[in-house]
Design a protein around this ligand. Sequence first.
Ligand SMILES: *[C@@H]1O[C@H](CO)[C@@H](O)[C@H](O)[C@H]1NC(C)=O
Ligand SMILES: *[C@@H]1O[C@H](CO)[C@@H](O)[C@H](O)[C@H]1NC(C)=O
Ligand SMILES: *[C@@H]1O[C@H](CO)[C@@H](O)[C@H](O)[C@H]1NC(C)=O
Ligand SMILES: CC(=O)N[C@H]1CO[C@H](CO)[C@@H](O)[C@@H]1O
Length: 324
Amino acid sequence: MWYGHSYVGQGRKNIPMWFWLFALIGFYFLFRWYWYRQTLQNLTDKYVFITGCDSGFGNLLARQLDGRGLRVLAACLTQRGEEQLKEATSQRLQTIILDVTDSENVTAAANWVKQQVRDRGLWGLVNNAGIAVPFAPNEWLTKDDFMKILNVNLLGLIEVTLSLLPLIRKAKGRIVNISSVAGRISFLGGGYNISKYGVEAFSDSLRRELCSFGVKVSIIEPGSFKTVIVNPKYIGEIVPKIWSRLPAETKESYGQDFSKYFKKIRILGMMSNSKLTLVTDCMEHALTAVHPHTRYSAGWDAKLIYLPLSYLPTALVDFLIALT
Ligand SMILES: *[C@@H]1O[C@H](CO)[C@@H](O)[C@H](O)[C@H]1NC(C)=O
Ligand SMILES: *[C@@H]1O[C@H](CO)[C@@H](O)[C@H](O)[C@H]1NC(C)=O
Ligand SMILES: *[C@@H]1O[C@H](CO)[C@@H](O)[C@H](O)[C@H]1NC(C)=O
Ligand SMILES: CC(=O)N[C@H]1CO[C@H](CO)[C@@H](O)[C@@H]1O
């Protein structure tokens, strides 16, 4: 008994505890790095359908995946967007005009995708199309203002997903939804943040349902990025219109200096990243890695500010947001 005890003690002295701890942590990170860096074979056989390719993340992702040899099916809202994208990409990339709020258009697009992919199925769906305006304090807005955004960002996304699910199941493919840090904390009124909360809920339930079919669902949560969605002209041009239709009593209660309600947005705008590839690289990983993540947060503000904030007690977050 006594000897055994002493022997174990000696062993500990020779190779200290902290060594094992560091070795374990090191091994964990090495394994993690290896696990997530494995890329799929035969990318050139895979079809990916992306909505909202006219500009911003969708446009960049379409060009990025095309460059890697995937077969990109790019949906644009406008003909101009379609033509510009075609000029910048290879012959492999196919485009279509799609308004995600129009059910007939969505059905037609799904049929078109089916013709393209044939019996291979659809490897990837990237729900990227989205709008952010109008936003303002909630009381200033109407049901129509909310509907406009929810129709594109939430219902449009749901309909596109539902109509393509059979093709995605067939390929045991991937669904990538673009949410936002706004899907975790809401600063300001309007349908945008609501739509992003909805996307998170939809994606979560979908991921759990489709797991048994071999379909993987990832959510990308970018911080604030300089895309068309964050248009600096907004506060100067659209907000005054919203303000002018308000009843006198509301105007009086909120006060003439309405710019203070948009201060947070201006701060967000100043902090916003201009490196859009931070986000499209996450999307690319979700589509091309053997083991994609469930959630990606892109941008230092998402990682360092919004995510930690979303885990703090509500009262504390309310206090911090009121400070800005
Ligand atoms: C890649 O394609 C080749 C030939 O088309 C096929 O034999 C192989 O199984 C494919 N690999 C994977 C991982 O799908
Ligand atoms: C969607 O509607 C637009 C405009 O009406 C049309 O140009 C486009 O071809 C339609 N898309 C599909 C897939 O039918
Ligand atoms: C997110 O993904 C799910 C499944 O991948 C899809 O059904 C849904 O429409 C997407 N969008 C939102 C807003 O959840
Ligand atoms: C936290 C956050 O991102 N909030 C967003 C809420 O929605 C507005 C637009 O409607 C965004 O500008 C905010 O960034």
